[in-house]
Design a protein around this ligand. Sequence first.
Ligand SMILES: NC(=O)c1ccc[n+]([C@@H]2O[C@H](COP(=O)([O-])OP(=O)(O)OC[C@H]3O[C@@H](n4cnc5c(N)ncnc54)[C@H](O)[C@@H]3O)[C@@H](O)[C@H]2O)c1
Length: 449
Amino acid sequence: MRDLEKASYPQRVAVLGLGYVGCVTAACLAKLGHRVIGVDRDEFKVAEVNQGRAPFYEPGLEGLVEEAARAGRLSATTNLGACVDECDIALICVGTPSEPNGNIGLGQLRRACEEISGHLPRRTRPLIVVVRSTVFPGTCEEVVIPALGDRSKFTLVSNPEFLREGVAVKDFVEPALVVVGGDDPDAVRRVASLYDALEIEPCLVSLRTAEMIKYACNCFHALKIGFANEIGSLCSRLDIPANEVMATLCADHRLNISPAYLKPGFAFGGSCLPKDLRALTYRASRLDLDLPLLQHVMASNDAHLKRAIERVLALGSVKLGVFGLAFKENTDDLRESPVVTLIEQLIGKGRELRIFDPHIQLDQIYGSNRQFVLNAIPHIGRLMVADIGSMLSWADAIVITQRPAADAGDLIHGAQKPLIDLSTMEMPGRAAVRRSDAGWVKTLTPTVS
Ligand SMILES: NC(=O)c1ccc[n+]([C@@H]2O[C@H](COP(=O)([O-])OP(=O)(O)OC[C@H]3O[C@@H](n4cnc5c(N)ncnc54)[C@H](O)[C@@H]3O)[C@@H](O)[C@H]2O)c1
């Protein structure tokens, strides 16, 4: 392991819970030069750490615990009170197991917060309480803050853990991601600086965003495994080498292993994705192969389209201008465009429409493309307008279905009409704390164009 003992600002840290996350966090923070006290109700774990042993097997952990305990940078106790008095930062790493109904169990977390709360009145300056356990978005605000009590005695930060058991120490010292969330820039900066010795720029976000990022990551990992296993199972049935297929898929870093297709926006459509999903799942079913993940992708897309339609209807406006008819920008392909379904539904609900698409003039499209839209909406020609200005001046409200070019975006926003942008789920004007050359600064998410 490279030399990590260079914390620019060594801090006194309490780590509550000496399980897989807490013990690895405690030992690694001590390795980074911080003074760490681990707290657990389990006397065995406390005794093991104090004797320089890891309370469970995790590669590399035993050596770290031994070294840090011998150097006097890591100790453990069952007595939380002494820790709260001595430390500036308390990291909560207690378990959040599933309840029988699937909900997250917050009993350990509530109890840990109540215990901390009991020791806060003696403090002269606020304790930075950091939730490192995985908790559903809103838990910090709705459960942790009330359980901690007096707001003048603590500031709350979220710093979810991303380590994987089996490579937990390596994941800690060579992290792929460090997320620190909170509303108090000083506390956020202080927690982020725990990791100064590591070669990573922490992502600074709000409390709820930090909580959500952890869930998004784990769900994405689960989704990826499910996807690989379903594709692999189909490959096996077809006597095709699954590993070769997936390794080749992963060789594409532009469209496959990349941010492509990972931006929340409008439903997908077009001439390929729906068709190919349908064919693959149909052929799998003929092989008696159950691929529930892939079978439900279209249902997921339909549900997303339904939510978009409900959002537009909730606008209440009767005269709607729709920007974009094709399934995405820079194409005139209308086949399986979700916008066509959106328009059908809006017409059915009594909305009047004018539609502008920079790349579509009905008299210039032909073949299956033209057939698709005319089948769905025979009078589409009467709804299409040739210039964006006439649509904007006629409409009471605007619906964007595909990302407009800069000039069209300026015109749309300049019209100053109620607007729903289905092409993005960005939330303009949201504050975030970020590190810049000038230090830690609060920035605003740019307004959606
Ligand atoms: N295990 C992982 O790979 C992993 C990875 C990332 C995040 N997480 C999340 O981190 C959290 C902890 O997971 P874990 O696997 O380390 O759990 P764990 O069950 O191994 O450890 C939890 C520890 O907290 C202690 N504890 C409970 N209440 C306490 C209290 N009031 N005071 C002191 N100690 C107390 C328990 O005795 C136990 O030692 C969970 O939210 C989990 O979802 C786990």
